[in-house]
Design a protein around this ligand. Structure first.
Ligand code: CDP
Length: 210
């Protein structure tokens, strides 16, 4: 069976950069599961609905199409907040479950998110929980926004992120938390290269691949 690698953690911890590189190094497909929640949130906003309303969010999740993930407006403060709102609704999570499991069924996969190691793939061969201190994560997200030409106040970025992490961790449905058997990788003082090397070494101990 092809390996499944779960990479979870709070906002802007470096999961995406790490997961993408692990996937290309090991020749596995990669899925950014945050995009699914972002796309559902965006669909609700497009329809003039409230992302916290279960009926609107459920309907948007059930009618999600692959092309919704390619939209260019899935990042930024409004999309972040809408994603976290729809993500706390159990019907939304249920509607997105099969898509995530089917994605990995044939060739294995690297998936990043909040509940990959706890709910989506509790039997994943390798699980990482990637963290970094709040101010460092805010700095990284702020640089990312600036790189896209978006002006942002770093303290607002930090406060938005603190609130979103708190909401993700406190929700009843698949809260953000490390699986018991996850390798905890604190990247606060690591650059992307160092985090990649540590993660790859751990994954090799679990799956014995190149
Ligand atoms: O890029 P960033 O780490 O800021 O966020 P993301 O991974 O794109 O996720 C956006 C939001 O979607 C999170 O704040 C969660 O509320 C939700 N999410 C989730 O609940 N479960 C996942 N597997 C992935 C994302």
């Amino acid at each position: 069976m092809k390996p499944i690698i779960a990479i979870d953690g709070p906002a802007a911890a470096g999961k995406g950069t790490l997961a993408r590189r692990i996937a290309s190094t090991l020749g596995l497909p990669y899925l950014d599961t945050g995009l699914l929640y972002r796309a559902v949130g965006r669909r609700v906003l497009d329809a003039g609905g409230d992302p916290a309303d279960a009926a609107s969010a459920d309907a948007a999740a059930r009618s999600l199409r692959p092309e919704d993930l390619d939209r260019s407006d899935l990042r930024g403060p409004q999309a972040d907040a809408a994603a976290a709102s729809v993500a706390s609704i159990p019907g939304v999570r249920a509607a997105l479950l099969d898509f995530q499991r089917d994605f990995a069924v044939q060739d294995g996969a690297v998936l990043d998110g909040r509940d990959i190691g706890t709910v989506i793939f509790p039997n994943a061969q390798a699980k990482l929980f990637v963290t970094a201190g709040l101010s460092e994560r805010a700095r990284r997200r702020w640089l990312e926004l600036r790189g896209k030409g978006l002006e942002a106040d770093i303290l607002t970025v930090e406060e938005d992120m603190r609130q979103r992490d708190a909401k993700d961790a406190a929700r009843a449905a698949a809260p953000l938390k490390a699986a018991d058997d996850a390798y905890q990788l604190d990247t606060s003082t690591m650059d992307a290269e160092a985090a990649f090397q540590v993660a790859l070494a751990f994954i090799r101990t679990r799956i014995g691949m190149i």
